[in-house]
Design a protein around this ligand. Sequence first.
Ligand code: ZN
Length: 723
Amino acid sequence: MSDTEKLTEADAANELMRLAREIAKHDKLYHANDAPEITDQEYDALVRRNRELEEAFPRLVRDDSPSKKVGHEIAASPLSKVAHEVRMMSLDNGFNREEVEEWTQRVRRFLSLDENETVAITAEDKIDGLSCSLRYEQGKLVRAATRGDGQVGEDVTPNVAFIADIPQQIDDPNVPDVFEVRGEVYMSKQDFTALNVALLDAAKTDAAEKGEDFDPARVRQFANPRNAAAGSLRQKDASVTAKRPLKFWAYGWGAASDVPNASQHDMMRLIEAWGFPVSPFLTVTDSVDAMIAHYDEIGRQRPDLGYEIDGVVYKVDRLDWQQRLGSVGKAPRWALAHKFPAERAETTLEAIDIQVGRTGKLTPVGRLAPVLVGGVTVTNVTLHNRDEIERLGVRPGDRIVVQRAGDVIPQVVENLTGDIEREPYLFPANCPECESEAVAEDDEVDVRCTGGLICPAQRIQRLEHFVSRKALDIEGFGTKTIEQFFALGWLESPADIFRLRERREDILALEGWQDKSVDNLLVAVEEKRAPDAARLLFGLGIRHVGETTSRDLMKALGDISELRVAAEKFFTYRAENPQGEDEKASPFKARVDQAAKDIFGVTDGFGATAAHSLADFFHEAHNVTVWQDLMSQVRPPHYEVETLDSPVAGKTVVFTGKLETMSRDEAKAQAERLGAKASGSVSAKTDLLVAGPGAGSKLKKAEALGIEVIDEAGWADIVAAAG
Ligand code: ZN
């Protein structure tokens, strides 16, 4: 892979797009299908690469960035790992009759069967749960493991003890010495709904006890029964699992010292006789017609089943044939999952509402005439963004087709009234919460409210950010305090923090506050009345103006008042220097980048993106008011970077591996204090690599490039020597 520092923005954007797609695909394979195609190590490498690129190109961070989601990093699991003696397979999928026919033909060809020979195929519904392997030795359950990546899963032995469907002991004198029963741990639809209601109630009670406002949107609920089953089983504390109504059914087996029967079906009946539930639809068919008929029948009953299924699994019944067929990659040739199509329904789009997220993103939500889709009443659909509305050409009043697939939020797949001429829907140009201008940046599909500091939808989060450790770092100013003061109308904008001293008596009158705690808070606030200018700037949460950019800007500008001057200058430049008619995009961008560097005086790692963002910020009248108000309360001193005389001054340092005595942030801050530049990736420009235990590719690369490598102790010596 090429080094991030040598990548152009376009290349990086492309790679990030590809990574977002790829990681989403693997997440889906892992979560939705429980059938990963890559190892966790390979998955981790993708996630790491994505992180590296995002660190190098912060403006390119995508809205669908994998870093914003919880991945399937098994490494983070507190459960211990178990290697499967026999790999847990995944299944190939078929989506229609033709594909099922093709599969049976492939089986016949592979086995060179006569045309007249019948191939018995088992068919059963495919429950949407979490695959699990249960190992019995001398009939006693000795270990339960999740699928994991198919080769290594997680040990959930204490957890399955609470699943009534799983016998701890097989009472059959003839049970093989070693036998692994495989199947799905799942949660019924009813139990799933009840669990979510219980989680909501518990959160409500908890909030009431603590005297907090209850916000249902913040309660962690499960998206679907499969997530609920996985989340309930994969608990470090098995007593949590004990409280969750999990079920199990068997679909096969893994390692076995003996397989007493000659067919899949007979084996499943034996496993059933041992006390394991099996699919109520398990049957043996002898033709494609019979398979499809069974599939159709299961599909008809699907909405009324008490559990979620996503298809029908076919398996070649004769075990000697299964043996001969073997597997290709991770999937056996002798099995096929015949998936159900996504569920769809037709309804009317009654309205389009715009929701403003905590980061200012405007998300259109379609309100529907309630419609039943796959047994669930759907009243809302996501319309994603402005482009999606345009693509679908939807307007309130249109007849549309909505689709629900797995746990995905219902989506609009088709606009049935699309062709009829009517006024198109106009995406709002202003934020519905605060009336500020809502804009989309150049190559972005998302429209955002520019009201940042005054937008109610964003204000609490902005205030939290403002007082956070990396910004103003006001001690003892937590989320709860902010939310409480905000609700009382005491905190409209950052400047109000510095007016809290006028409310000393009011705060004291609140429950939970004493003289001492109020004084502590007010003292902590007063201490920041002459704040570090870079932290103050970072605290404003202007898009694309992160910690480093804030420091670089203040280093260049010295006085924070110069920032607004520069931003206005850039605004004027932008208005007066549009893209020339013959000018191509990339020279234009280079020209604006250069202007941004010239105007703000920052040469390294600064360009048009942050400059545009600053210009927009100071062009919004609300922001200027907030800014002036804040400036009337604080006096940041002239910004000067004190750099210590050190052997690493002016050098580029990279930290990798695990640091034991300090955090990565602290190490980077030390490097900067010593006048060095801390970088995220190793390149020819790197002067020094500080490698802790577990250092991997960066260490190899540094060694290959002949870069000096030291350990954490060596780094500590440098820091200590510099004083
Ligand atoms: Zn707004």
